[in-house]
Design a protein around this ligand. Structure first.
Ligand code: HEC
Ligand code: HEC
Length: 465
C-alpha cells in the first residue's frame, strides 16, 4: 500500500465511523436560541395578549409613554368639536375610529365577509392608471386613493364595498382534495361618481409586532437579498420597492405594508392616521378631502395638526417597543422536521429566517439584535391568482412583499380567526401556502407533493412561529 492509499483508507474508516455516530443524533436539529424571535427582547408572555407586550427593560419614562401610546392606539378618536381635545379630529371621512379597530390586540385584521359592507381591519385602496408626480398610484379625482366607507354626521361617506366568493378545487399529489375561495369585490353606492373600471387593491391589517426591529434593519442588509434578474436561476428574484418619503422628499427603500409601500414606521403610522382615520399630522398636514368633496372640506377640524408631534411620538414609542412572542414547541421533533422541509422547499428563500438590526436612532436598545422575522421584506411576483393588478410605486400588480411569519401561530388565539394573505382570502395556513404562485410556484408544488404527514409537519412548524 503506498502512502496515499493508506491515508485515504484511514480517512474512509474515520468518515464511516462519524456517519455511524450521526445515526444516534436526532435527525433534525434545534439551533441554539431559535425560539427567541428578537433575541433577549423576546416576550415570554403568550395567550390572547401575546402581541401587546412591550420589550423587556423599557426605561421608566418609555414605559409610561408606551402606555400613553397604547391608549392612543386602542381608544376611539372622536369628531370635532368634542369635549376631549386629546383624541378629536376624526374624519371627516374615515375607515375606523381607532388603530385597534383594525389591529385588534395588535393582531391581524378581519377580512370582509359576504353580506357585509365593513369589517374590522379591511380597506380598499383605489387608483386610476398611471402614477402621480411622486410615482405613487394616481388617485381618483373625486375620491383619492382609498375608499372611506364611514363619515362624520353631515358628511357623505364615499362608497361601500362588498364581497362574494368563488370556490376553486385542487388536489394534493396523494389524491386528497382541497378547496380555495377567491374573493370578488363589488363597489356600490358611490357618492361622487362612478368607481367602476378602476384599479383596486383589497388589504387587511397585519399584526403589528416587532416593528421597531424592522425599522432598524439596514438598507444594505435588505438589498443584499435582491436578485432582480434571477442570476442564481432558482426562479426567485426579490425586488426592492422605492417609495416616496414625505419628509426627505426623495424615493427611499419601502419596507412596510403589503407592497412595501411605506419607507419607515413613522410615515406608516402617520399615513394610517391620515388615510384610515382622517387625522392630520405634521407629515400629512392637509385633511384627507379631495377638492371636489365640499362637505368634507367645510367640516370642523380638530386643530392643525390633529395628531400633535407628541402624540405621534408616543404612538411611535408604543409601536417600536412592541416585542415578538417566544416560539412554542420549537424543539419538538415534528416541528424540527417541518423546519427542515420549509428549507428544502425553498420557502426560506423569501421567508428569510434571520437578520441583525443595525443602528437605530429612535431607540438604541433595538440595535445589534439577531431577529427571526421569516421575511426578506422584498417584492415577489406571486402569480396571477394573487394579483391585484394595481401597481404601487415600483411594485407591479402581481408583486407583494413577503409577509413576516413571526407570530403567525398565535393569531388564532389573539384574534379568534385564521384568515391570511393580503386580503384575508386564505382560511388557514395551508390555504395561504396553496395560493402561492409565480416565483413561489415551485415551493407550492413541492408542498403539494408532500405526504400528509410531512404537510402536517410543515404546518406544525409554521404554527410554532
Ligand atoms: C381601517 C383599518 C385600519 C386602521 C384604522 C389602521 N390600520 Fe394599520 N393597516 C391596515 C391595513 C389594511 C394595512 C396594510 C396596508 C397596506 O398594505 O398598504 C395596515 C398596515 C399597518 C402597518 C404596517 C404593518 C407591516 O407589517 O408592514 C402598521 C405599522 C400599521 N398599520 C399601524 C397602524 C396604526 C398606528 C394605526 C392607527 C393610527 C392604524 N394602523 C390604523 C388597516 C388599518
Ligand atoms: C417567492 C417568494 C416566496 C416563497 C418561495 C414563499 N413565500 Fe410565502 N409568502 C410570500 C409572499 C409575497 C406572501 C404574501 C402574499 C400575499 O399576501 O398575497 C407570502 C405569504 C405567506 C403566508 C401567509 C402569511 C400571512 O401572515 O398572511 C404563509 C403561511 C406562507 N407565505 C408560507 C410559505 C411557505 C410554507 C412556503 C414554502 C412552501 C412559502 N411561503 C414560500 C412569498 C413567498
Amino acid at each position: 500500500m503506498n502512502k496515499i492509499t493508506y491515508f485515504s483508507a484511514i480517512l474512509i474508516i474515520l468518515v464511516s465511523c462519524a456517519e455511524k455516530e450521526n445515526e444516534y443524533l436526532p435527525k433534525y436539529s434545534y439551533e441554539q436560541g431559535e425560539e427567541l424571535s428578537v433575541g433577549q427582547l423576546t416576550t415570554t408572555i403568550l395567550g390572547a395578549n401575546a402581541f401587546d407586550q412591550p420589550i423587556p427593560n423599557l426605561s421608566i419614562i418609555d414605559n409610561r409613554l408606551f402606555f400613553v401610546g397604547n391608549s392612543l392606539f386602542r381608544q376611539n378618536w372622536v369628531s370635532s368639536p368634542a369635549s376631549t381635545t386629546a383624541r378629536d379630529g376624526l374624519g371627516p371621512t374615515f375607515n375606523a375610529r381607532s388603530c385597534s379597530a383594525c389591529h385588534n390586540k395588535d393582531g391581524r385584521g378581519v377580512p370582509l365577509q359576504e353580506g357585509q359592507n365593513f369589517s374590522k381591519g379591511f380597506l380598499m385602496r383605489i387608483s386610476t392608471f398611471g402614477s402621480n408626480s411622486n410615482g405613487a398610484p394616481k388617485p381618483i379625482e373625486f375620491y383619492g386613493d382609498q375608499i372611506q366607507e364611514h363619515a362624520n354626521i353631515g358628511v357623505p361617506y364615499e362608497a361601500k364595498v362588498s364581497v362574494k366568493f368563488e370556490y376553486l378545487k385542487g388536489e394534493f399529489n396523494d389524491g386528497e382534495t382541497y378547496e380555495l375561495r377567491k374573493p370578488i369585490y363589488t363597489i356600490s353606492d358611490e357618492q361622487f361618481g362612478s368607481l367602476q373600471n378602476i384599479l383596486t387593491s383589497p388589504r387587511v391589517g397585519q399584526q403589528v409586532i416587532g416593528l421597531g426591529f424592522i425599522d432598524a434593519l439596514s438598507e444594505q442588509d435588505l438589498l443584499a437579498n435582491i436578485d432582480e434578474n434571477d442570476r442564481d436561476g432558482d426562479g426567485i428574484s426579490g425586488k426592492a420597492n422605492y417609495v416616496w418619503n414625505v419628509i426627505t422628499r426623495k424615493h427611499e427603500l419601502g419596507r412596510f405594508g403589503w407592497k412595501a409601500n411605506q419607507p419607515n414606521l413613522k410615515q406608516q403610522v402617520a399615513g394610517a392616521f391620515h388615510g384610515d382615520m382622517g387625522l392630520t399630522s405634521s407629515l400629512f398636514p392637509s385633511e384627507n378631502c379631495p377638492t371636489t368633496q365640499q362637505d368634507c372640506l367645510n367640516a370642523v377640524n380638530g386643530g392643525s395638526p390633529e395628531v400633535t408631534d407628541d402624540a405621534l411620538k408616543n404612538v411611535m414609542i408604543y409601536a417600536t417597543s412592541l416585542a415578538v412572542p417566544i416560539r412554542r414547541n420549537y424543539n419538538n421533533e415534528k416541528v424540527l422536521k417541518g423546519k427542515h422541509l420549509f428549507r428544502e422547499m425553498k420557502c426560506s428563500s423569501c421567508h428569510i429566517e434571520s437578520f441583525t438590526t443595525r443602528s437605530y436612532s429612535f431607540n438604541s436598545a433595538l440595535e445589534n439584535i439577531k431577529i427571526r422575522p421569516f421575511s426578506d421584506f422584498l417584492l415577489h411576483d406571486m402569480g396571477d391568482e394573487l394579483a391585484d393588478n394595481r401597481p404601487d410605486f415600483f411594485a407591479s400588480g402581481k408583486e407583494w412583499r413577503t409577509q413576516p411569519l413571526w407570530g403567525i401561530g398565535l393569531i388564532k388565539e389573539v384574534n379568534n380567526h385564521t384568515f391570511f394573505l393580503h386580503d384575508g382570502r386564505a382560511r388557514n395556513i395551508e390555504e395561504a401556502i396553496l395560493w402561492h404562485g409565480g416565483e413561489a410556484d415551485k415551493s407550492k408544488e413541492a408542498y403539494k407533493n408532500l405526504t400528509k404527514e410531512d404537510r402536517t409537519a410543515v404546518l406544525a412548524f409554521i404554527n410554532s412561529l
